[in-house]
Write a protein that binds this ligand. Structure first.
Ligand SMILES: [Zn+2]
Length: 119
């Protein structure tokens, strides 16, 4: 495999993990606040939205975690919602999914690239 392919592979793994982390956070939040066994309609929508934003991130392989990003590509309504979810579930995840939570914290320490768009 070329260096590029390896980099891409690592990136896809990271993206997958990030999306998975968001899914778990929404799940924890929804169970507690909306009571169902699986995502309610609005949490489902939030999850798909977050997933799509991650996949379409303008930074591509340099993507920072969304909380650190300076672009804020989320719609205000979705942004407020995902913030609430992360605030609520972030702490709880340390107990239920310690490895994912720690990896997420580590990714958060990575500095976000500047807001300058890629040419
Ligand atoms: Zn819900």
């Amino acid at each position: 495999m070329s260096d590029m392919a390896v980099k891409k592979e690592i990136f896809m793994k990271r993206l997958e993990r990030e999306i998975k982390t968001v899914g778990i956070m929404i799940d924890i939040y929804c169970r507690k606040h909306h009571g169902g066994d699986r995502f309610c309609e609005s949490c489902q929508e939030l999850y798909y939205y977050a997933r799509q934003r991650s996949l379409k991130c303008q930074y591509g392989e340099d993507k920072p975690v969304c909380g650190k990003c300076q672009v804020h590509c989320y719609k205000p309504k979705m942004k407020a919602k995902i913030r609430e979810v992360m605030k609520f579930s972030g702490q709880k995840m340390i107990y239920s999914h310690p490895i994912l939570a720690i990896l997420h914290l580590m990714a958060k320490r990575k500095k976000a690239p500047s807001t300058k768009k890629r040419e």
